[in-house]
Ligand binder design. Structure first.
Ligand SMILES: [Zn+2]
Length: 380
């Protein structure tokens, strides 16, 4: 089960939906299914000779059955999350398995535990049904299919229970640590580091087995192990990155736009630039705003444009020649937090913004550089 942050634009074939969440199969699965069919074909032939080219279709059919079992695993996550009152996003099935999406963070450890654990339990249940079916002494291809389906789901269920993010076991571990420490960020950090450790182990397993002469892992399987390890490492790392970013945002939560504004000098917009700069120095103002005769703000002096204007030209130019005209996107409320300011800045990128009091009067100018500096300071 992935978080909202892992939500990529989905490509692939839309199969339908599970209680409102769309289900997609990516092209990588089709590639996997073709390779799988070609690899399984000879085995089908040895169990049920004489099928000819149909043996590949039997292989493909089995790949579809495996896909269905992954879908059941992901649907379990999705349905559990919905039952607990969370909005869910798409289910995506790909060559390494699949993932489902919750559109919000878990509100409490118990929810996270349930949503995380039901996926592997569903896989283990399919494995159980497969093994039970095997007791009925099926023959031929059915026997092989039931056996392999049970084995594959046993591996999927057990592997996903390993305690490290992004695996389901990592969610379970995180929920336990969260309940224990009462600190979601600490829980994520530990579970993500366990995930990184597991990723290294997954990478090393084929080598270890070969070196110890226990089992010779084929090159194809070694590559698969490496891919799984890489995916796990990247996901665990992005979980760590998110907690780091959240920690910075937490530290920034108490800073408001007003705390970052520079002292601002207001001047008529036809005032010679040299005079505006002289007055700003005198008033120790870090920014200049042009206003109408009745005090309504017109524009913010752009620092870059000012710096690019030669000293000897400044007495002959109006201040308005180096201002950026105030559009609604360039004014921000002085009382909002800096995190909300960031959103406004992303919507309308600029180097300076004018902070206004609730009554519309000027509070001061916020420069993007000052906001950057505040974030850098909080990141240390
Ligand atoms: Zn899962």
């Amino acid at each position: 089960m992935a978080g909202k942050q892992d939500l990529h634009p989905v490509g692939g074939l839309r199969l339908g939906h599970v209680t409102g969440s769309p289900v997609y199969v990516t092209p990588s699965w089709f590639l996997f299914a073709i390779i799988f069919s070609l690899a399984v074909g000879p085995r089908v032939d040895s169990i049920e000779p004489g099928l000819g080219a149909w043996k590949y279709l039997a292989g493909f059919a089995f790949a579809v059955v495996l896909l269905a079992s992954i879908l059941i695993h992901e649907a379990a996550h999705t349905i559990a999350a919905q039952r607990l009152g969370y909005e869910t996003g798409p289910i995506v099935l790909h060559f390494l398995g699949g993932h489902s999406t919750m559109l919000a963070e878990s509100r409490r450890p118990r929810d996270q535990f349930i949503v995380g654990v039901v996926g592997p339990l569903a896989s283990l249940a399919i494995a159980g049904v497969g093994f039970l079916g095997f007791l009925g002494h099926p023959t031929g291809l059915i026997r092989a299919a039931v056996w392999e389906l049970a084995g594959a789901n046993l591996i999927v269920g057990a592997f996903n229970l390993l305690p490290g993010l992004p695996l389901d076991g990592g969610l379970v571990l995180r929920s336990g640590l969260w309940a224990l420490t009462k600190n979601a960020a600490t829980a994520t950090r530990i579970a993500a580091w366990c995930g990184r450790l597991l990723a290294i182990l997954v990478l090393l397993v084929p080598f270890a087995l070969s070196v110890a002469n226990i089992y010779e892992v084929s090159t194809v399987n070694s590559v698969l192990f490496a891919l799984v390890a890489l995916t796990m490492w990247t996901s665990a790392s992005s979980a760590l990155g998110r907690t780091h970013r959240d920690a910075i945002l937490n530290r920034m939560a108490d800073i408001h736009v007003r705390d970052l504004t520079r002292r601002t000098l207001t001047v008529p917009d036809d005032l010679p630039l040299a005079e505006a700069v002289r007055r700003a120095h005198e008033a120790e103002a870090g920014s200049i705003v042009t206003v109408t005769a009745d005090g309504r703000p017109l524009g913010i002096v752009h620092e870059g444009a000012l710096a690019a204007t030669p000293q000897d030209r400044r007495p002959w130019l109006a201040t308005s020649t180096v201002t950026r005209a105030l559009t609604p996107g360039l004014t921000v409320p002085a009382d909002i937090g800096v995190v909300d300011l960031l959103k406004l800045m992303q919507a309308e990128p600029s180097t300076e913004y004018l902070a206004l009091e609730a009554d519309g009067s000027i509070c001061g100018v916020v420069s993007a550089a000052d906001v950057d500096a505040a974030f850098r300071q909080s990141a240390q």
